[in-house]
Structures are given as C-alpha cells and as structure tokens.
Design a binder for this molecule. Structure first.
Ligand code: PMV
Length: 325
C-alpha cells in the first residue's frame, strides 16, 4: 500500500505566532493565509508491515534526529487514530529550500497528513485533515485548502482547524524573493516558545490579531487589494516586533530583508500596489495584483544579483496523486 500526496506552501496574510497549547498545537490567535501554486511538497507513504521502525527520507537521504522524530510522532498519531501499528516508509521531496521561512513545513505536514491517513485506511474530511496536519506543524492546517484559508484558533483539538475562505473576484499574486536559502538559526517552534514566555509585546499581539483578522476578512469580502496589502504588511511587522522583544531577541531579518522592504515601499510610491510580508526567515514575499507581478519581480531581480524568484498565484489544496492497489 503506497499513497502519494501533493501539498503547496501557504503564506499568512495574518500570521500565526505563538501557541496556547504546545502539546496540541493550539495557536494563541487565529490566522489567514494564501496557499500558493508553486513549490509543492510531494510525499509518499508506504506501509512496511515487516519493519520494526519508521524510515523517512527527504530528497532521497535518510532523515535523522529531531526531524525523523517529528515524522515518527506524527505517524504515531495517525496510527492511534486508525487503530493500526505497522511502521511506514515516508519519502518526501520539496521543491523549495527548507527552513528558510518559506513555509515548507506547512506543505510537508499537509502532504504527510493526507498520504499517511489514507495509507492507514482513514478517510478524513477537510476539517479532520486540517486538525491532523496542525499537529505536525501549525501552519500546515491551512495548506490542506487551496486559495485563501482561515485557521480558527479553537478551544481544543476538535475546534482548532482551518477552512477555505471564498475569494470572489479577488485576484492576488505573490512574488517570493529567496534572498537566502540558508537554514534559519532559530526554528519557529523555539522562537514562538521564547516569544510567548518572554516578550512583553506578546500580550499586545494576542490582543490585536482578532481585530486585524476581522478587518482582513472585510477587506477580502470587498475585494480591496490596498486594504488587504496594508493589513498584511502591518501584521507581519507586528509579528516580528513581538519576537524582537523576546529574551534573547529573535531577529530573522538580514540587511537584504530591509533593502527589499524599501524597494516595496518605493514601488508603492511609483503607483504599483505591492506589499511585503516576512515569515520565520529573512526572505520577503510581495503581495500584489497578478498584472503587476512581472514588474515587481523585475524590480527585485534588478536589486539583487542572482536572485531566485518565484511568482505565485493561488494554488490548490492538498490532493492525492495516485491511489494504492
Ligand atoms: O507552522 P510553523 O509552526 O512553522 O509556524 C510558522 C509561522 C509563520 O510562518 C511565521 C507564520 C504563519 O502564520 O505561517
């Protein structure tokens, strides 16, 4: 029995930063994202009834240590759900640099949630898959769905899931500038933990996000790209402000991050509606209208030598690529 699933990264317009419950991966606030149509993760799960432990390979090489443990714990969860005990072989290939704040863990655990649940005989609906993916990596809850998705913080395991948000006529593009593909020094899990425990700004973040989410949903309903962009950029800066306030501080930005932020502001001054967002890494993603995406990409390419750029639109939710025998 071998099942392959594909899932795409999502970029939050209202960010998830900080957990209320670590064990269940319940977030401190809700969040809202756009699933992209680039850089998917492809994951194959094959049951191995004869094996006495799980094996996971990433881009062909065996995973070890904490990364392997994370996959094994996730499989344990699926097995518990399914009432099964066989071990499995997990093969994952990412088409985007991992650990560079490009949400590869979101696509990874969304694909794993779908492939593993099917391999163990579970037929989960979107909500159940979203809850399961959440346990692997919070933001993965949103990559189960295509396009825009809202993740409800919920009260408990059952009520914390994402669901799709209709976009109407709204058309959005996202230009991803891969300023560096180096692995981040502090993982998002540890950075969140530190922010929650030590940043005096964290309570203000928790207080402000619900209102920002409401405003974002209203802006989306109106199809108001300017308001969506302004809210998204401000929310990303606030997220980084909360972690800059941690002890010791978490700073994901580098000099190029600031250069890119200036360039986006410059584009706006010239009349191009472009808005920046930044996740747990130095890379900058620029939200704009699809018609403006080529101009945005061109400007970024001109500013950085040999820059890797991804021009994305809304992508599909997690889906199966082949059914097992
Ligand atoms: O899914 P995690 O635990 O790696 O969290 C990532 C959180 C951000 O990407 C920084 C923001 C978000 O909402 O995706």
């Amino acid at each position: 029995m071998s099942i392959t699933a594909l899932a795409h990264p999502n970029i939050a317009l209202i960010k998830y930063w900080g957990k209320r419950d670590e064990a269940l991966s319940l977030p401190a606030t809700g969040s809202l994202s756009l699933t992209l149509d680039v850089a998917p993760t492809r994951t194959t799960v094959t049951l191995a009834p004869q094996a006495d432990q799980d094996v996971a390979r990433w881009q062909g090489s065996a995973m070890t240590g904490r990364e392997l443990q994370r996959v094994q714990s996730f499989l344990d969860l699926v097995r518990e759900h399914a009432g099964r005990s066989e071990r499995a072989v997990v093969e994952t290939a990412n088409e985007i640099p991992t650990g560079a704040g490009l949400a590869s863990s979101a696509a990874g655990f969304a694909a794993l949630a779908l492939a593993a649940s099917r391999a163990y005989g579970l037929q989960l609906d979107g909500r159940e898959l979203s809850r399961l993916a959440r346990r692997g990596s919070g933001s993965a809850a949103r990559s189960i769905f295509g396009g825009l998705a809202v993740w409800h913080p919920g009260e408990d395991d059952a009520s914390s899931y994402a669901e799709p948000l209709p976009a109407g006529d709204l058309e959005l593009a996202m230009v991803v500038a891969v300023l560096t593909s180096a692995r981040k020094a502090v993982g998002s899990r540890e950075a969140m933990r530190r922010t929650v425990a030590t940043s005096p700004f964290f309570p203000a973040w928790v207080q402000s996000v619900p209102g920002e989410l409401t405003q974002m949903r209203q802006a989306i309903a109106r199809g108001d790209v300017s308001a969506i962009g302004e809210l998204a950029e401000a929310n990303a800066l606030r997220m980084h402000a909360t972690m800059l306030g941690a002890v010791p501080p978490v700073r994901y930005w580098n000099a190029d991050t600031v250069v890119a932020l200036d360039l986006v502001a410059q584009l706006r001054e010239e009349g191009v509606e472009a808005y920046a967002t930044i996740d747990a890494g130095p890379n900058v993603k620029v939200l704009c209208r699809p018609d403006d995406a080529p101009a945005v990409a061109q400007r970024l390419a001109a500013a950085f030598d040999g820059l890797e750029l991804l021009v994305a639109g809304p992508g599909p939710g997690a889906h199966l690529l082949q059914e097992g025998p």
